[in-house]
Write a protein that binds this ligand. Structure first.
Ligand code: NAP
Length: 320
């Protein structure tokens, strides 16, 4: 007969591991499904977005900085130290219609649990070019998070570019104007979809310049990015722009496909909808934490905080 776990955690980024640490210390004997590595088009790895991040300098407690993979390894070690069971598989289907909840794993196992925390994160969307992804994973000056990487020395007083026309692109570009010599915003149309107030910040910044109707057709550079080749979406004309940093801000995709048919309510962008200001979802006993339920902040520290809340909420709910 299949064991019934008290608490199943799906996902292994800062939210999942923090939930595991709290739950394990509360004797909930959590089982954490950490996922299977895959390519989509950038690598998607157990540990999440931080596995693609070189230096993390804004997580408190690491005054000298820490690499993303090292930080996730430390989180995992801490969760395991208190007895978290770690399983290197994905959860591929969920039935939350009755308790105990029933799921299936990528290995074909049936998995049952009394409570579940969804912490599968969201992946940054990429343009999908080979050199873009290579330089993003090697610390070559291509990133999907200006708040995480923008302050690094390699970007100081250098020409930088942001791709996108939404609120994230405006926010990232605005942040980068503090560090870069010029910040180019490369957008494929002739108007932004960002809110007017966010757009105005860019129009007002003396060192920001918008390149309308342009797409990046090639990322140039060997060890570090040296520039991008642009194509005009109206005339088809190509040009080269020298930049030492490229920030992709074309949206994120929450990892919620496996929840299809589970009954979990998602918002119009596919993020898990939280109820009542905590970590509860629309299904009692199922909680969510981290970027899978947060389209706005998307930071390791905010995800970790949400993981802590989800574990405390699950503990309280199981006790009741
Ligand atoms: P978004 O609103 O979906 O915008 C994505 C942008 O990327 C769009 O301008 C889109 O162009 C462009 N894009 C998409 N695919 C592309 C491709 N392959 N090549 C080139 N450009 C591409 O995403 P977001 O900016 O990350 O925002 C997500 C949500 O979070 C929004 O609801 C936003 O309001 C919210 N948010 C709020 C704040 C804030 O209030 N402080 C900050 C960040 C995000 P098109 O316009 O041509 O489609």
């Amino acid at each position: 007969m299949t064991d019934i776990h008290k608490l199943l955690i799906i996902g292994s980024g800062p939210a999942g591991w923090t939930a595991a640490i709290y739950a394990a210390r509360a004797n909930l004997e959590p089982v954490c499904y950490i996922g299977v590595p895959r390519q989509d088009p950038a690598p998607v790895l157990p540990g999440g977005q931080l596995m693609l991040t070189t230096e993390v300098e804004n997580y408190p407690g690491f005054p000298e900085g820490v690499t993303g993979p090292e930080m996730m390894s430390l989180f995992q070690q801490q969760a395991e130290r208190f007895g978290t069971t770690v399983i290197g598989e994905d959860i591929v289907t969920c039935d939350f219609s009755k308790r105990p909840f029933t799921m299936t794993s990528s290995g074909g196992d049936t998995v049952k649990a009394e409570a579940v925390i969804i912490a599968t994160g969201a992946t940054a969307n990429w343009l999908g070019q080979e050199n873009e992804l290579r330089l993003a994973t090697s610390g070559g000056g291509v990133s999907a998070c200006a708040v995480c990487d923008g302050a690094l020395p390699l970007f100081r007083d250098q020409p930088l570019a942001v791709v996108g026309g939404g609120d994230s692109a405006m926010e990232e570009a605005s942040y980068l104007t503090k560090f870069g010599s010029t910040v180019y915003i490369i957008h494929r149309r002739d108007e932004f979809r960002a809110s007017k107030a966010m757009q105005q910040r860019i129009f007002d910044a003396p060192n920001a310049e918008v390149l309308w109707n342009k797409t990046v057709v090639e990322v140039l550079g060997d060890e570090k990015i040296s520039g991008v080749r642009l194509e005009d979406t109206v005339t088809g004309e190509q040009s080269t722009l020298d930049v030492k940093g490229l920030f992709i801000a074309i949206g994120h995709t929450p990892a919620t496909k496996f929840l299809a048919g589970s009954g979990i309510a998602l918002d119009d962008k596919g993020y898990v909808r939280l109820e009542g200001g905590g970590s509860e979802t629309n299904i009692e006993g199922v909680f969510a934490a981290g970027d899978v339920a947060d389209a706005v902040y998307r930071q390791a520290i905010t995800a970790a905080g949400m993981g802590c809340r989800a574990a405390l909420d699950a503990e309280r709910w199981l006790a009741e």
